[in-house]
Design a protein around this ligand. Structure first.
Ligand SMILES: [Zn+2]
Length: 340
C-alpha cells in the first residue's frame, strides 16, 4: 500500500509534550510547493492507554475545538498515564470560514477510510485511518449541530454490535455527565470518522454540543468538564472520576434515535418556526413546527407533526428551509439496560 500523503512534524512515540503539525500537499496559486497544516499535539508519560482527541471534523462546530485547544495548552505530562494525542481543528479552512464542509465542498466526516492518492480530505482521513487510529485505544470526536441546528447538548454513540465494545462506549458516553445522551444511526451517507474507528475496535466517544451559530458559556463548560471527566474515566488523566450521583444530579436520560422516522424533513421550501425546544416532550401528532411561505403570505403555514411520542432532540436553527432539510429530530427515552 502507498505511504500516507500526510507527514507529521512530531514524534508520536516520544514522551513529554509536543505540539506540531500534520502536513499534506496544498494546491495554491501563491506558491509552487506548499503544504496545508493541521495542528497536532501529544502529551505522554509512561504506561497507559492512548486517547485520540479530535475536534473540528466539521468546521462550524466550535465547542469541541475550544476545549481541545485548551486541553493542548493546559495538559502536562505529569498528569498523564499513557498518551493523549490532540488534533483540535481537523478541518481548519472550514473552521476559519465558519462552514461545515471544506472549501472544496468535501464533508470530512464522509471521507473515511480515505486514500493517499485521493483529494486532500481523503489524504487526511487516510492518515487517521492508517496511522492515528491504530495507535489509539479511545477516540473522542466532538461535534455539535453546527450553524444549521441546535442539538441538545449531549454525548452520543452508535450502538455497535460487539457487546464488550458497546458497554465500554456506553460507559464512556455516560462519563461526559451531560443531562442527555443520544443513540444515533447514519442516514446521510457513509464514510464517517467514528465508524472507521469503531470498525477498528476502538472505544469511540462522540458529542453533539448544541450549535446554531452561538456557543453559550454553559456549553463551553460542558465541553471542557465532560472531556476531562472522560479522560479520567478511561484512565489517561489523573484525578477522581466524577459521576452524576457524585455531583448530586439525577441520572441522565438516554434518547434513542435509531428509528429513521425520528428524523423529520421539510416537505417543501419555507421558513421554519419551531414550536418546541430541545428537551421538550411531544406526543405523536403534535405540531412541532410550522413552515411559512415568503412568497405566499396568504397561505396558511404547513404544520409539521411529531411522528411518534418522544423528546425533541434537535431543532433547525436557521429558519430558511429547503425541501428535504431536517427541521427536527425526536428521541425516544430508553433504559440503559437495553444496551447491555
Ligand atoms: Zn459534526
Amino acid at each position: 500500500m502507498t505511504d500516507p500523503a500526510v507527514s507529521c512534524s512530531i514524534d508520536l512515540a516520544a514522551p513529554g509534550k509536543q505540539i506540531g503539525h500534520l502536513a499534506f500537499p496544498k494546491i495554491t496559486n501563491t506558491a509552487g510547493w506548499a503544504s496545508t497544516y493541521v495542528h497536532i499535539g501529544s502529551v505522554a508519560r509512561g504506561e497507559g492507554p492512548t486517547v485520540l482527541v479530535l475536534a473540528g471534523n466539521h468546521g462550524d462546530e466550535y465547542e469541541g475545538q475550544v476545549a481541545a485547544m485548551r486541553l493542548l495548552q493546559e495538559l502536562q505530562p505529569e498528569q498523564v498515564h499513557g498518551r493523549v494525542i490532540v488534533v483540535p481543528v481537523l478541518s481548519k479552512a472550514a473552521s476559519k470560514a465558519n462552514t461545515r464542509n471544506w472549501p472544496s465542498g468535501a464533508n470530512f466526516n464522509r471521507s473515511f477510510p480515505g486514500r493517499p492518492d485521493g483529494p486532500p480530505n481523503e489524504q487526511l482521513a487516510d492518515y487517521l485511518t492508517r496511522v492515528l487510529f491504530p495507535l489509539a485505544d479511545v477516540v473522542i470526536d466532538m461535534h455539535s449541530g453546527g450553524r444549521s441546528a441546535w442539538f441538545i447538548p449531549c454525548s452520543h454513540m452508535h450502538v455497535v454490535a460487539d457487546p464488550v465494545q458497546r458497554k465500554a462506549m456506553l460507559e464512556g458516553m455516560e462519563a461526559w455527565l451531560s443531562d442527555w445522551h443520544f443513540l444515533y444511526i447514519d442516514v446521510n451517507g457513509t464514510g464517517l470518522l467514528p465508524v472507521e474507528a469503531e470498525n477498528q475496535g476502538k472505544i469511540v466517544i462522540t458529542t453533539e454540543l448544541g450549535g446554531g451559530g452561538r456557543v453559550p458559556a454553559p456549553v463551553h463548560r460542558l465541553a471542557w468538564s465532560g472531556l476531562n471527566n472522560v479522560l479520567r474515566h478511561v484512565g489517561v488523566l489523573e484525578g477522581e472520576v466524577q459521576t452524576r450521583a457524585s455531583l448530586g444530579k439525577p441520572p441522565a436520560v438516554i434518547l434513542d434515535g435509531r428509528n429513521p422516522d425520528t428524523i423529520v424533513l421539510a416537505p417543501e421550501d419555507g421558513m421554519f418556526e419551531a414550536l418546541y425546544e430541545p428537551g421538550d416532550p411531544v406526543s405523536e401528532g403534535d405540531p412541532v413546527g410550522r413552515l411559512w411561505f415568503v412568497d405566499r403570505p396568504d397561505r396558511p403555514p404547513e404544520l409539521i407533526r411529531a411522528p411518534m411520542d418522544g423528546v425533541v432532540a434537535v431543532t433547525k436553527a436557521i429558519p430558511v428551509t429547503e425541501q428535504g432539510d431536517c427541521v427536527f429530530v425526536l428521541g425516544v427515552p430508553i433504559d440503559r439496560s437495553a444496551l447491555l
